[in-house]
Design a protein around this ligand. Structure first.
Ligand code: ZN
Ligand code: ZN
Ligand code: ZN
Length: 145
């Protein structure tokens, strides 16, 4: 899971990626780093009423482009975003880990410690990335069964 950072570290992160330090960007970062599940744009909208949709959309896009966050889909096919590990760079993501969708709380988890097996594609296919999804119950929901 991503490490919780403080505001100064978020400012550094934006600076490192040559992004202007805006209040909205800092808030999106702190919300995403504080959660252990991926965050969707509607999740962000529900807590950041003062930031309009277009701004949020642009923030998510630029963060994805810069290698700060990556896109994961939940069971409804909604795009969620999760914080990347340090191996990601601008236009170059390395998020080949298992993504777990909880059917009860609908949380999307990055299981960074599980790397994907090597997949031998048929001749002629060249993949630029792999995604593997698992669904079921997360530890918290599993305990409540
Ligand atoms: Zn990434
Ligand atoms: Zn759950
Ligand atoms: Zn992930």
């Amino acid at each position: 899971m991503a490490q919780v950072k403080n505001t100064y570290q978020f400012e550094d992160l934006l600076e490192k990626h040559q992004l202007k330090k805006t209040g909205a960007r800092l808030r999106v970062l702190s919300m995403m780093y504080a959660k252990n599940t991926a965050t969707s744009q509607p999740d962000l909208e529900s807590v950041m009423h003062d930031i309009d949709r277009v701004t949020l959309y642009r923030i998510l896009n630029v963060f994805e482009e810069k290698g700060i966050i990556h896109k994961v889909f939940d069971l409804n096919g909604t795009a969620n975003y999760a914080v990347c590990s340090s191996g990601c760079h601008e236009h170059h993501h390395h998020d080949e880990h298992l993504h777990f969708n909880c059917t009860a709380c609908k949380g999307v988890f990055c299981l960074n410690e599980l790397s994907l097996p090597a997949i031998n594609l048929p001749e002629g296919f060249q993949a630029s990335g792999f995604t593997l999804y698992a669904s079921g119950l997360c530890p918290k929901c599993n305990k409540m069964q």
